[in-house]
Design a protein around this ligand. Structure first.
Ligand code: AMP
Ligand code: MG
Length: 522
């Protein structure tokens, strides 16, 4: 395997935990603790994503090498790598949880590619760290498959996300009580290597603000700006309140764009705790996430959240705002003025509404958003929720042919018996107003459909597909993992022979664990 070039900016430029023993503890005044992955008995590569590998100049043969496998399993440390776990805190389900940190994620460091871009490599499930609290530092195959494929699926859908380089099984058995109901069982252990510019989260700043460790707060903020928002240095200098305010406004902006994309493709993150919010506006930490099958804006896949449904689909923009408020509170000591923070938060809400409208206009093939179009969008969302309608199939049908009535949409309905006369006429009247609105646009019909097909995916990583791949993999057959990875590479393009993966959720998956409900156990 060719050498990876490490540029360990995070560990070299930020304060370290002086204690280097690997024992659980509260870590003060430090951004990270140095810790090596725990070696595993018999790692086996399940899959690698060649596009992610290419980002760090690794070829197919590099990824198939024994050296690659040993590094990705944590059994050997690549030359130049200085593995570390990050210290962060966070609000979990609305409550301040104190120190969390990388409890099972170990960063190998930042690798530079031939274009001098930096990619942080991180092994998830690589063993205990000082932040492991009461847990084992490991990850199971089930949740690792979900994270691995979904990261790449989101990337190919055009949704900002952390990437996944590879997935391997460790040969270890890991105990998990999937539904937290007193039935623990052994599952295959696994590791995913994730990639991102950095894995810095809102919680990395929150922990310093909460502990009143303002020197470290400033150091981390300056580091983040210098390396990831360097254009801000053209207008301001580090240390000036304005630069932190401008940076916060950018974080608001990228977070908004990410959420709008989630709404576009029907993604529900499931655990939007502040420790799961990337400072880069990337989708991060794929846990009990899910995809809307039938368009139910109140749906959450996360059983832990079943009661309050804090993280349900249509709540995501509000939660993003709430999380940004928490970040604003943490950055306040650097600015000492609430005004610019409030302005950014207000702007974020305006931007969200604006971008949501543009996104919906795009899904419906409108050349431009016009005042009043929101009525069409809102009516449609109501209709989609009245009877069980597959969101992805509905929009795709609309992107593929002229729809004149319910008859043309039958493929999208889960329970055609729910179609009443009332529904039929409401849908007819919506289609009528939609067609009327389209006649204001000069774009030819074919071109419009082509544009719609670029924002309305044909293939999403449906919850039940993930579960099917998991069931097979747990039996030792990883073929479906690779087949799905291949599928999600071109989510907007009709793929011959792949029709079964565009189908709506089958009835058996309606209320099956893993398909429509997931716990945080991973
Ligand atoms: P999550 O809900 O997965 O974002 O995790 C919340 C916190 O729990 C983070 O600090 C994780 O590092 C930690 N955590 C989750 N699972 C484990 C595990 N198996 N071992 C150690 N820490 C974990
Ligand atoms: Mg997390």
């Amino acid at each position: 395997m060719k050498d990876l070039h490490f540029d360990n900016r995070f560990v070299e430029q930020l304060p370290a935990d002086p204690d280097t023993k690997n024992a659980r503890r509260q870590v003060h005044n430090a951004c990270y603790s140095l810790v090596n992955p725990t070696p595993v008995s018999s790692p086996q590569l399940v899959s690698y994503a060649s596009e992610a590998a290419a980002l760090i100049d690794l070829s197919e043969s590099d990824c198939n090498s024994g050296e690659f496998l040993q590094i990705m399993a944590g059994n050997s440390i690549a030359g130049g790598s200085q593995p570390y776990a990050m210290c962060y805190g966070g609000h979990q389900f609305g409550n301040w949880a104190g120190q969390l940190g990388d409890g099972r994620a170990i960063n190998l460091g930042e690798v530079t590619n031939k274009s001098a871009q930096h990619w942080t490599l991180q092994l998830k499930g690589a063993g205990e760290t000082p932040y492991s609290r009461t847990a084992d530092g490991l990850a199971v195959l089930r949740s690792s498959i979900r994270e691995y494929i979904c990261s790449e699926a989101m990337h190919h859908l055009g949704v900002p996300t952390t990437r996944a380089l590879c997935l391997l099984t460790t040969g270890e058995q890991v105990m998990r009580d999937i539904m937290y109901d007193g039935h623990p069982a052994a599952e295959p252990g696994a590791i995913v290597c994730r990639m991102a510019p950095s894995f810095i989260r809102f919680g990395n700043f929150q922990i310093f603000a909460a502990r009143d460790q303002l020197t470290e707060l400033r150091q981390l903020a300056d580091f983040t700006i210098r390396h990831y928002f360097p254009h801000l240095l053209e207008q301001h200098s580090v240390g000036e309140p304005e630069i932190y305010a401008a940076w916060f406004a950018e974080v608001c902006g990228s977070t908004v764009s990410m959420i709008v994309d989630w709404m576009r493709v029907g993604f529900v993150h499931g655990v939007m705790n502040t420790d799961n919010m990337s400072i880069h506006g990337l989708t991060i930490d794929y846990g009990p996430y899910g995809w809307l099958d039938n368009f139910d804006p109140e749906w959450t896949p996360n059983t832990t959240d079943a009661q309050h449904r804090r993280y349900r689909y249509n709540q995501q923009p509000n939660i993003a705002l709430w999380n940004l408020y928490q970040l604003a509170n943490s950055l306040y000591p650097l600015i000492e003025d609430t005004k610019p923070l409030e302005t950014a938060l207000e702007q974020m809400q305006v931007d969200y509404q604006h971008q949501w409208r543009l996104m919906m206009a795009g899904k419906l093939g409108l050349e431009q958003y016009q005042h009043g179009d929101e009525m069409i969008f809102e009516k449609l969302e109501k209709l989609l929720a009245v009877i069980e309608t597959d969101m992805t199939i509905f929009y795709r049908l609309l992107s593929e042919k002229t729809i004149t009535g319910v008859e043309d949409l039958l493929e999208a309905y889960y329970r055609p018996e729910q179609i009443t006369d009332r529904y039929r006429s409401d849908m007819a009247s919506w289609l009528h107003s939609y067609q009327a609105r389209l006649s204001d646009d000069s774009r030819p019909h074919r071109e419009r459909l082509q544009a719609m097909q670029k924002v309305n995916p044909k293939y999403i990583f449906r919850n039940y597909l993930a579960q099917q791949a998991i069931d097979k993999s747990e039996q030792g057959d990883h073929s479906m993992v690779n087949e799905l990875l291949q599928l999600v590479r071109q989510p907007y393009v009709e793929q011959p022979g792949m029709q079964q993966y565009a189908a709506k959720r089958p009835d058996w998956a309606r209320s099956k664990v893993g398909c429509s409900m997931l716990s945080c156990s991973s």
